[in-house]
Design a protein around this ligand. Sequence first.
Ligand code: AMP
Length: 491
Amino acid sequence: MNIATLLDMAVAGDPGRVAIGHRGSGTTCAQLRRTAAGVAAVVHATGARELVFAGLNGPAFPVLLFGAALAGVPLMPVNYRLSAGALTDLLGHAERPLVVADEAFAGAFEDVRTPEALMKEAMSVEPATGLEGSPDDPAVLLFTSGTTAAPKVAVLRHRHLASYVLQTVEFASAGPEDAVLTSVPPYHVAGVGSVLSSLYAGRRMVHLGAFEPGAWLELVRSERITSAMVVPTMLARIVEHLDGRPAEVPSLRSLAYGGARMPPPVLEAALRAFPDTGFTNAYGLTETSSTIALLGPEDHRAALSSGDPAMRARLGSAGRMVPGVEARIRGAGSPGAVGELWVRGPQVSGEYQGAEALLDADGWFHTRDLAHFDDDGYLFIAGRADDTIIRGGENIAPAEVEDVLLQHSAVREAAVVGVPDEEWGERIAAFVVVHEGAGVDAEALRSWVRTRLRGSRTPDTVDFLAELPYTPTGKLLRRQLLDTTRRGRRG
Ligand code: AMP
C-alpha cells in the first residue's frame, strides 16, 4: 500500500473532519488531500526526485509528506539546526532535490521555496493524479542520528510505513474530541509515524514547532489535547518546569514517550505530576518505521502500585512487541539474559541508501540494542551495544551505572562512557549534572556507586558539567563527552 492511500481512506471516511490545526478553523481531510495533490503537481513539474524539508513541525509537514507520496518521490526531512555546510553535505545524498525550508532556515540553501510559497503555488495548479508509484518505492528518507558515526540515510518504503500503521492503529478509532500534540521534529521517525497514525485514526493534529515546556502545557490546556508524544529530554523539562506542582491537564488521556532511554526518576516524577494520564513507553528505531514495542498505561499503573520488585521493575521496560513484529535475543549466555536484539516484520526496513537491506537471510534485523525479555515477554533495553564499556574484560552497560548515580538525591542527569585506558582497556568516566544548590563531590558519588554495584563498576572519574549534550530528539551525544575527556587530558 502507498501511504497516500491512508489519506484517501481518511477523506473517504470523513472529508470535512478537521485533520490539522484548531478545532474550528483547521485544515480538513479534503483540503489536506487537495493541497497535497497540488504540491505533487509542482514537485512533478520541476522534475525533482526528492522533496527535501528543512522546517519545524507544523501544518506544512503532513502536506509535504503526502505531497511527496502523491508525486511518487520520497520526502527527505533534514535537521534544520545543522550548519549551512552540514546541510549542503546532506543534500549531497539527494539526486535532484526540491528544497522547501522555513523562512528562518532558507538562507542555508541556494534554490529554495518556503512552505507558504509552495502551498500557494499548489493551490493554483491542477492537482496531480496517478503519479503515486508502487508500495515498494521509498516514501521517506531519514538521516540516522549519527551519535556514534556519520549519519546514514535510512530508506523507509511505502509498504514499511503502511504496515506499521495498519498493524498498530485501528481505522477511524479516534473520537470527535481527540487531538494529538506533536512536538517531535519532522526529521525524526516518530514525527512521520505520528502524522500517519493520527490521520488514519481520525485524530486532529496540533503542532508545537519549537518545544518549550510552558508553551507545551499551555497548548495542551487551550487545545484540549487528548494525547501527546515526547522524547525523554522534553518530559524532563516539563517535570522540571512543574517543580512538584500537578500538571493540571484534565483533557490529556495519553502521554507517550520514547526515542531514547527514560531516566527512572523523570518517569516517576512525571507519573506523580500527571496522575490522571495514561503513560505509554514506545520503543523503536528509524530503521523499523518507528514503534516496535509498547509498554501501555495499564502496565505502568500495575508496576507503580506493586510491592513486588519484579513487577515494579517493569516501569523500566519497553513493554511487549507490537503485532506483526517478532523479536529474538541472540548472543545471550542463558535464556532471559541480556543479548543483542534482532527483530523481523513487514514494517522493518533495515535499509540504507546505496546499500542492500541489512536483513539476514531470514529477514531478521540487528537493532544493535542490548536487551532481555522477562518471563512474561516484557522487553528491557539495556542500551546500544556500541556503548558497552569493556573494563578489565568485564562488559558494563552505561545505563546500569547511570541509574545508580540518578538515585543520588543531588544528581539531576548522569552519563557514563568508556575511555581508552592502558591498564584496563577502558575506564569508566561519569559526567554528572547536579540539582541547583546541591553539594556533592566526586568521591562521594564514587562511593555511592561502589556500595550499590560491584567495585569494577565504580566510575574511575566523575566530572561535573552544567549540562549534558543531547540531540534535539533526546539522544545523549556520548561521542561528544568522550571528546571532552580527551581534550581535558591534553589540556
Ligand atoms: P533512532 O533510530 O535514531 O530513533 O534511534 C533508535 C534507538 O533509540 C534505539 O535503537 C534505542 O537505542 C533508542 N530508543 C528508542 N526508543 C527507546 C525507548 N523507548 N527506550 C529506550 N531506548 C530507546
